[in-house]
Structures are given as C-alpha cells and as structure tokens.
Write a protein that binds this ligand. Structure first.
Ligand code: HEM
Length: 153
C-alpha cells in the first residue's frame, strides 16, 4: 500500500465517522434543547453541541481534502457534478442555520462558567432548527452517494 492510498483510506474513514458522530450529535442536541429548562438537559445540549462542532470540523476538512486535494476523483469531476453542487448548497444551509444556535450556545457556556442564570426561552425554536439540520444532513447523504456513483448512476 502506498502512502497516498493510506491517506485516501484514512481520510475517507474519518469523513464517514464524522457522519456517525454528527448525525447522533445534532439529534441529541435537538432532544436536549426540547427538554429545557431542566438543568440535566442543559448539560446534555452543551455536550451534544461540542460533538456537533467536532463533526462539522472533521466533515469540512476531510471533505475539502477529498474533493480538492486530489484524493478521490479530482476537482474537475466534483465541480461538474450537480449532486456535489446540491451537497454544497445543503451544507451552506446547515451552516447558515447554525449561526443563531452557535452564538446562543457560546453565550450559555460563558454564562454557566460565570455562574449566571441562562435564559432558555428560545430553546424550542433552537430545537426546531436542530431538527431541520438533521433532515438536511440526511439529505446530504443521498447527494453524497449520488456524487460517488457518477453522473449516469
Ligand atoms: C454534513 C456534511 C457531509 C456529509 C453528511 C457527507 C457525507 C458523505 C458520504 C456519506 C460520503 C460517501 C459517499 C459514498 O462513498 O458513497 C461522502 C463522500 C465524499 N464527500 Fe462528503 N459529506 C459531508 C461534507 C463534505 C464536504 C464539506 C465536502 C467537500 C467540500 C465533501 C466531499 C466529499 C467527497 C469528495 C467525497 C467522495 C465522493 C467520491 O467517492 O467520489 N463532503 N460524503
């Protein structure tokens, strides 16, 4: 096995592991946010949010490397693929939807560390956003598997 094929293999494995981690994390965050203001659920929401952040980082770094660093079929293939463009649009939506939850949960983390009370009145709306993001990630898996199979699958 060459070094390049080892890297390709490991990066592909991490990309898929991020799916397991991220999908579980965003669904757990949805459930925990729905269960607020119970303090047990506040800890759960923050833990799930950390895992979701790690998954996003892994997805984007390994995904960019696979698509544009020549690890798979090459940039030209992906940029000509409608399914890849759809996957990136879906990713854009997930990231756009993440702005408000991310800012809110960072604020909560700071307030917890200062021993301040948390205002959870928007928790249900944040939970709904996590549910929509879950659906978008599932849709991304359909787009990703279409990308891998080529234009005429
Ligand atoms: C929520 C984020 C993501 C999810 C759920 C996801 C999901 C997947 C899945 C399931 C595969 C395997 C497809 C298969 O082998 O049948 C895959 C492959 C791939 N993904 Fe992602 N991905 C994500 C983010 C990204 C990003 C941000 C990029 C690039 C910018 C990317 C680029 C790729 C590439 C190049 C492949 C290989 C496709 C091939 O075999 O030709 N992914 N992705």
């Amino acid at each position: 096995m060459t070094t390049l094929s080892l890297i390709r293999w490991l990066v592909a494995a991490i990309h898929l592991l991020a799916l397991g981690l991220g999908l579980g994390a965003i669904w757990s965050r949805r459930r925990a946010l729905k269960g607020l203001p119970d303090p047990k659920n506040l800890q759960r929401a923050i833990y799930a949010d950390t895992l979701w952040g790690i998954a996003a980082l892994l997805w984007i770094t390994t995904g960019l490397a696979r698509a544009f660093a020549g690890l798979e079929k090459g940039s030209a293939y992906y940029l000509a693929s409608n399914a890849f463009i759809l996957k990136m649009v879906l990713l854009g939506l997930v990231l756009l939807l993440e702005v408000w939850p991310m800012v809110t949960l960072i604020r909560w983390r700071i307030q917890i560390s200062r021993g301040e009370a948390i205002d959870t009145q928007n928790a249900k709306r944040l939970s709904l956003i996590s549910a929509v993001q879950t659906t978008l990630v599932v849709t991304m898996v359909f787009a990703a598997t279409a990308v891998a199979r080529g234009p005429a699958f």
